[in-house]
Write a protein that binds this ligand. Structure first.
Ligand code: 5GP
Length: 175
């Protein structure tokens, strides 16, 4: 699967993504005003989304990172998740905003939320750039959603295929 402009169908342009993120940032800024917020960036896929979103959140928040690897293919996501890099600071009593690239079956985020709950944060919220509603196996509440996407494999803006295409500034489906 190789990206070329000819074999790709852009789902969201750079302008559409940036404008949606600005809206989400404003909403998050209002919702968390006066609270102690920790943004938890799920690596690797959400690093670009998170860095743009963070700059639209006008609050003195902490930014932490966690690395996850999900096993299984897309059709039969196994729900087995490995933490490849853990948090470096406690999140006890914090308002935690998880930042994900995409919620597909929901298995990965369900695992992460269950794991984080054992660390006694005050509340856990979820921001996800993309959601594939029709693939849901475990329903997950997405508090701040960028866009719904059809069940197509997408790359760009942080999302990869075999490690590549994360740096495309738009989100595209490779035909
Ligand atoms: P879930 O556990 O919700 O099924 O899958 C979540 C993970 O699967 C995402 O964090 C992402 O790494 C990967 N994933 C699911 N759909 C896509 C897709 O269309 N494109 C890419 N690049 N990764 C995807």
């Amino acid at each position: 699967m190789n990206y070329t402009p000819e074999n790709s169908q852009i789902l969201f342009t750079e302008e559409q993504i940036q404008s949606r993120i600005e809206e989400l940032g404003k909403k998050i800024t209002n919702d968390f005003a006066g609270k102690s917020l920790t943004m938890l960036v799920v690596l690797k896929g959400s690093f670009i989304f998170a860095s743009d979103l963070a700059r639209h959140i006008k609050l003195p928040m902490n930014i932490e990172f966690i690395g996850l690897r999900s096993y299984g293919d897309r059709i039969s996501s196994s729900g087995v998740v490995e933490i490849t890099m853990d948090l470096k600071h406690p999140i006890k009593d914090e308002e935690v905003l998880i930042v994900e690239d995409i919620v597909d079956t929901g298995l990965t985020i369900d695992y992460l939320i269950k794991n984080l709950k054992t660390r006694a944060p005050k509340n856990i919220y979820l921001a996800s750039l993309l959601h594939k509603k029709e693939m849901t196996k475990l329903p997950v509440k997405i508090d701040y959603l960028g866009f719904e996407v059809p069940d197509k494999f997408v790359v760009g803006y942080g999302l990869d295929h075999a490690g590549k295409y994360r740096n495309l500034p738009f989100i595209t489906h490779i035909l």
